[in-house]
Design a protein around this ligand. Structure first.
Ligand code: PSU
Ligand code: MN
Length: 303
């Protein structure tokens, strides 16, 4: 085992028995949602995974240790600290670990640590991607590069239209990342079920998700797989309303000169404020929905 990695006992025994484990990220806790809903959601997501017969492993960097599986206190600590905790992407891990610091893991670093621990399935809300205007800012999330190189299946609700969804799909195609629609031919756009962009393949069962991922690994093809699972209809938002909020948030970010790793957290927080918390309720539901699919898929991969 990697000398920097701590696997929680429950996670370790599940992995040793070849049982189903689902990784969860922590930037969604510290930077993606406000306190206390972030902590409540993180614990509810863990419970949802347990109820579905798998073991949750929330991932973070705590005191310089890479953690697969957090205690309640550690989740509470990340949730309370919020944006005061470093948002840890691939480039941040060396210094955070050497300093013994804390870090909230993005999709990128959650994939890295999950792969180190031997966890194959990871549930989250949304991934980073190619930002609108990337042709001049070059703002492309490290999440896309990680999907290209690290063997973890990421189950999300698509991506928010804070991103250029068309360019994000082009990038994933270039990097050889399969983009799957769960029960849909269309890429979901996080708060809404539709985006107007097609995914590569529609898959309708956890069994087939597991089979495709197993085939990818057994062929020795590098990288992960992106599963996009539409938000349940009853929680989806009005596209005009959410898109207006997103446009406003992007305009404010440009005005304020927000850039680099601050961009995504700024936009997420503004969208939540502009929509008066309705987007948060949808966000929580889609994460729970992804957790259920991830648990079912992890069980197929284990069985
Ligand atoms: N998009 C969301 N919710 C999130 C994030 C993105 O809808 O919580 C977080 C995830 O942790 C993701 C990270 O990996 O932001 C991407 O940040 P960046 O765009 O700076 O790469
Ligand atoms: Mn970026």
């Amino acid at each position: 085992m990697n000398k920097y990695l701590d696997i929680a006992p429950e996670v370790l025994s599940a992995l040793a028995a070849g049982g189903p484990v689902v990784a969860l990220e922590s930037t969604i806790i510290s930077h993606g949602m406000p306190y206390p809903q972030n902590v409540e959601t993180a614990l509810k997501v863990e419970q949802t995974i347990r109820d579905a017969g798998a073991v949750p492993a929330t991932i973070a960097v705590i005191g310089g240790r890479l953690k697969a599986g957090l205690s309640r206190d550690e989740i509470e600590h990340l949730g309370k600290s919020g944006r005061a905790v470093a948002k840890a992407s691939r480039r941040d891990l060396p210094v955070l670990v050497a300093r013994g610091a804390d870090g909230a893991t993005t999709v990128t670093t959650t994939m890295i640590i999950a792969a180190m621990a031997g966890i194959k399935v990871f549930a989250t809300g949304g991934i980073g991607g190619v930002h609108r205007g990337a042709e001049t800012t070059m703002d492309i999330s490290a999440d896309l590069e990680e999907l290209a190189q690290t063997p973890v299946m990421v189950i999300c609700a698509g991506a928010k239209s804070i991103l250029d969804l068309g360019l994000t799909l082009e990038y994933l195609e270039t990097k050889g990342v399969p983009v799957i629609g769960y029960g849909t031919e269309e890429l979901p756009a996080f708060y809404t079920r539709r985006s107007g962009f097609r995914v590569d393949y529609r898959i309708d069962t956890p069994e087939e998700l597991a089979a495709a991922f197993r085939a990818k690994m057994e062929m020795g093809l590098r990288g992960g797989m992106l599963v996009t699972n539409p938000i349940p209809e009853e929680y989806s938002m009005d596209p005009d309303r959410i898109n207006a909020a997103i446009d406003q948030a992007i305009a404010e970010a440009a005005e304020k000169g927000i850039h680099g790793k601050e961009t995504t957290p700024f936009l997420l927080a503004r969208i939540k404020d502009i929509t008066g918390g309705d987007s948060l309720a949808s966000n929580i539901q889609l994460v729970l929905n992804n957790a259920r699919l991830a648990a079912a898929t992890a069980r197929c991969l284990a069985g």
